[in-house]
Design a binder for this molecule. Structure first.
Ligand SMILES: [Zn+2]
Length: 369
């Protein structure tokens, strides 16, 4: 899935917003955030859906994997102040709003992340509280991975170190004012420890990407019957990303991942990184689902995400035998997806094992959902 498929970011973030560690609300509560690829785009690649080669065959015929070093170069891990501040304020505003997902493991510590706050000057404390209040009204009610906040995220990601937040026209006047005022406070109090956590997280993750990444990548590309993204894969390491822990937008690829999320540590973090990358690789699956007359549009989104979770988990299990895959470890299947999990085992697993075609597997899946 390449950015050239999208005429604009607006198109891209209508489909991409997909996330780790969070399921039920993604599929049921806020389905609007998970829009599928526009049908017009699907047509350009739908020929892939008719290939009858099995996943196993594709695995066996996969060319020699890219080296870990080359893959690592494609990933661009970044620990930058402005994206960290933006996401932090968003999460704090959401907590103040009592948003239903504020207790999720990826974000529940954010309001308690106050060490040193009382030692700030009164004017700094007031400024900070005021800026959280601005986010509370102007950003936190929105989905951070969808719509106008995606533009804000890209503006943050693209801002040079020497750039001035005041000059970023893609950010609304209100949010720009809040960021401008909160910047020095954040830089002095939170940034050293958030940056340190980000850098630790990156340094423990990168050897795993180098070691396992090429084989994970090959298997996922074979299983999803698509190619690995060719564009740079920017990963914003942020203390808090969003309640789901991570999200991805596609134009160009930009992954935001929480580094303080306890479910993003070690191999779990590796799995979730490739989960996020997989959101850029679902064209063929989604096109095959879209052709199925047995599945409605809303269900198609949900089925696609269950397939993604299952496939990444199966890949990780097969390559790292001691690893308990993320959805099994953290009860993802028990949050309303028990039936899906059973059906994926019955019908998708044989496809992954090379015993059926993707078309047959999806046909059987959707007939039984
Ligand atoms: Zn996801």
């Amino acid at each position: 899935m390449e950015s050239s498929r999208y005429r604009s970011r607006q198109q891209a973030y209508r489909f991409v917003v997909l996330f780790a560690g969070f399921l039920l609300y993604a599929s049921l509560t806020r389905p609007v955030a998970l829009r599928p690829i526009a049908m017009g785009s699907l047509g350009r690649r739908s020929f892939l859906g008719f290939c009858l080669a099995s996943a196993r065959a594709l695995k066996l015929t996969a060319q020699s994997p890219q080296s870990g070093t080359a893959l690592l170069k494609q990933f661009q891990f970044e620990s930058k102040l402005w994206p960290n501040l933006h996401h932090f304020l968003y999460i704090l505003g959401r907590a103040r709003n009592g948003t239903f997902d504020s207790g999720r493991v990826a974000v529940k510590q954010a309001p308690l992340d106050t060490a040193g706050f009382d030692a700030l000057s009164e004017s700094q404390r007031k400024a900070w509280e005021h800026d959280v209040g601005i986010y509370q009204v102007h950003a936190s009610p929105l989905d951070i991975g969808y719509g106008s906040l995606v533009d804000v995220n890209y503006a943050m990601a693209d801002l040079p170190t020497s750039g001035r937040i005041e000059d970023t026209q893609q950010i609304s006047v209100e949010l720009r004012a809040a960021l401008t005022e909160a910047g020095p406070v954040y830089r002095g109090l939170w940034w050293p420890r958030h940056d340190s956590a980000n850098r630790d997280w990156i340094s423990q993750l990168t050897p795993q990407v180098e070691r396992y990444g090429p084989r994970i990548k090959e298997r996922l590309a074979a299983a999803f019957r698509t190619s690995w993204p060719t564009l740079p894969l920017r990963v914003e390491a942020v203390a808090y990303a969003d309640p789901r822990g991570a999200y991805t937008t596609a134009d160009p690829p930009l992954i935001a991942m929480s580094t303080l999320n306890p479910q993003h540590q070690g191999i779990d973090g590796l799995e979730q990184l490739f989960h996020e990358c997989s959101h850029l690789m679902m064209d063929t699956v989604d096109a095959t689902l879209a052709r199925s007359k047995a599945v409605g549009k809303d269900l198609s989104r949900e089925v696609s995400h269950t397939i993604l979770f299952y496939t990444v988990a199966d890949t990780m299990r097969s390559l790292i035998p001691d690893h308990v895959p993320y959805p099994d470890h953290y009860g993802v299947w028990n949050r309303g997806w028990t039936r899906y999990h059973e059906l994926l085992g019955l019908y998708w697993q044989p496809y992954l094992d090379g015993k059926s075609t993707m078309e047959d597997a999806i046909d059987r899946l959707v007939r039984n959902f």
